[in-house]
Design a protein around this ligand. Structure first.
Ligand code: FES
Ligand SMILES: [Fe+2]
Length: 386
C-alpha cells in the first residue's frame, strides 16, 4: 500500500481490501456446471498446435468439461471440429484420443451411421428408410475452430462467439516471435487437485514468488519484491527514476532467459526489439484456457482445462524454431527443467490452497494490494456468470 493517502498515478495495487470469490465457487458441483456452461462452453479455448494434426484424416479428441470434441483434418487438409457424438442415438464416434481415420468416413461404432469428414451424414444401415427421414438434417454438431498462428482454438457456441483476437489481453504482443513457424520441442502434462480458478489466481500474483519460486525470483528482480510489473510498486516513480536495480523490469544482470543457467539455449529470435530482449518474458493471455510466453530463445504455451470442481488439467508445450530443433547439438534441458520446476512449485501451492478451502469456517478470503490482477480475474469470472 502507498504511504500517502493518495495512491500515485499509475500505481496498479489495490488501495482497499477486496474479497475473493466465495468458497463454494471452488467446491460446489452445481456451480462448476454453471461455469462450464457460461465460461468454458462460451469462450475460445486453446486445444493444441496445428502441427499436432498432420495430414488428411488425422484426428484428436479433447474433453472440455463433460464435452468430447472431435477435431480433424478433412480430405482437403482443412481443420474441422464437431461434438464427438452421433446424431442417431448419441453414441461416441471416435473412441481413441488421437489417430487417423482409415477412410474418408467417420463410422459410428454403434449402428454404423457414416459421416464424411465435413460432418455430413452419408449412410445409415436401415433397409427401410422412412419417407420423412432426410440425411441432411443429421449432420454432426459443429464446433467453431480457428488456427491462430499455429495454435488451434475451438468454440462450442460459435454462432455467439466474440472474435478470437478479442479473447487475448493483447493479440499482437507476440508479433515478433514468428509463432506460426515454431515447432514443439518438449511437452509436459500434469493434473492438479484444484479448481481451475485456483490455478489462474496463482498465475495472477507474485506475492508467492519469493517463497515458492526462489530460483525464478533470482532471475526476475521484481518477483523478489512480490511484484509482477514495475507499477505494482507504490513508489514506482521514485524507484524507476533512481534506477534502483531491485525494482528494475526484466531479468537480473547476466540472465537472458528463464532457464536453470539463465543463459539462452539457442540464438535469439531475430525480430525482437531491445525492450523485448531486456524484458526476458512477454506474456499473452487468453482466458480461460491458456497463456503463451515469449522468451528470447523459446516460446512456452500452457493450457488449462477443467476436469471437475477440484481437478484441473495442465498441459505445457515448449516451442522452438525449426533450425534450433534440427541442430544436433541443441539441448532444451536447461529451459524445460526450469519450466517444469516452476509448474511443480505452482501446482504444489495450488493443491494446498484447494485443500484449505474445505474449512467450514472459510466462506471467503481477502486480497492484498499486490493481488489486483487476481481481483481483475474475479471480476472477469463474475461478468461471465452474470
Ligand atoms: S448411435 Fe450412432 S449409429 Fe446409432
Ligand atoms: Fe507461481
Amino acid at each position: 500500500m502507498p504511504d500517502t493517502d493518495q495512491p500515485i498515478a499509475g500505481y496498479n495495487g489495490l488501495t482497499h481490501v477486496e474479497p475473493t470469490l466465495p468458497t463454494h465457487f471452488y467446491l460446489d458441483e452445481d456451480h462448476y456446471e454453471q461455469e462450464l456452461r457460461q465460461i468454458w462452453y462460451r469462450n475460445w479455448l486453446y486445444v493444441c498446435r496445428a502441427s499436432d494434426l498432420v495430414g488428411p484424416r488425422a484426428f484428436r479428441v479433447f474433453e472440455i468439461g463433460s464435452q468430447q470434441i472431435l477435431i480433424l483434418r478433412d480430405e482437403e487438409n482443412e481443420l474441422r471440429a464437431f461434438h464427438n457424438t452421433c446424431r442417431h442415438r448419441g453414441s461416441i464416434l471416435a473412441q481413441e484420443s488421437q489417430g487417423r481415420f482409415r477412410s474418408s468416413m467417420i463410422i459410428c461404432p454403434y449402428h454404423a451411421w457414416g459421416y464424411d469428414l465435413c460432418g455430413n451424414l452419408k449412410k445409415t444401415p436401415t433397409r427401410h428408410p422412412q419417407p420423412d427421414f432426410h440425411k441432411e438434417d443429421y449432420s454432426l454438431y459443429g464446433v467453431g475452430i480457428r488456427d491462430w498462428n499455429g495454435f488451434i482454438f475451438i468454440h462450442l457456441d460459435e454462432a455467439n462467439a466474440q472474435p478470437l483476437e478479442d479473447s487475448f489481453n493483447d493479440a499482437n504482443v507476440l508479433n515478433h516471435w514468428d509463432l506460426s513457424e515454431l515447432q514443439i520441442g518438449h511437452s509436459h502434462h500434469k493434473q492438479l487437485d484444484c479448481n481451475w480458478k485456483v490455478f489462474w489466481e496463482n498465475f495472477n500474483e507474485c506475492l508467492h514468488c519469493p517463497n515458492i519460486h526462489p530460483e525464478l525470483s533470482r532471475i526476475v528482480p521484481l518477483y523478489k519484491q512480490y511484484f509482477m510489473e514495475v507499477n505494482d510498486d507504490p513508489k514506482w516513480e521514485e524507484h524507476q527514476k533512481s534506477g534502483d536495480l531491485l525494482y528494475k523490469a526484466g531479468l537480473s544482470q547476466g540472465n537472458e532467459t528463464w532457464s536453470t543457467t539463465g543463459e539462452a539455449c539457442t540464438e535469439y529470435f531475430p525480430n525482437l526489439t531491445q525492450e523485448e530482449i531486456k524484458n526476458g518474458h512477454t506474456y499473452c493471455e487468453t482466458l480461460p484456457s491458456a497463456f503463451i510466453v515469449g522468451h528470447v530463445d523459446y516460446v512456452r504455451v500452457l493450457r488449462v482445462l477443467p476436469i471437475g470442481p477440484e481437478r484441473t488439467d495442465i498441459f505445457t508445450q515448449w516451442l522452438f524454431r525449426k533450425e534450433t530443433l534440427e541442430d544436433a547439438s541443441f539441448s532444451a534441458n536447461a529451459v524445460t527443467e526450469f519450466g517444469e520446476k516452476v509448474i511443480e512449485q505452482d501446482g504444489f501451492v495450488a493443491e494446498l490452497n484447494q485443500k484449505g478451502l474445505h474449512s467450514i469456517r472459510h466462506k471467503q478470503g481477502t486480497l492484498m494490494a499486490e493481488e489486483y490482477s487476481v481481483h481483475d480475474f474475479h471480476q472477469w469470472v463474475k461478468r461471465q456468470l452474470d
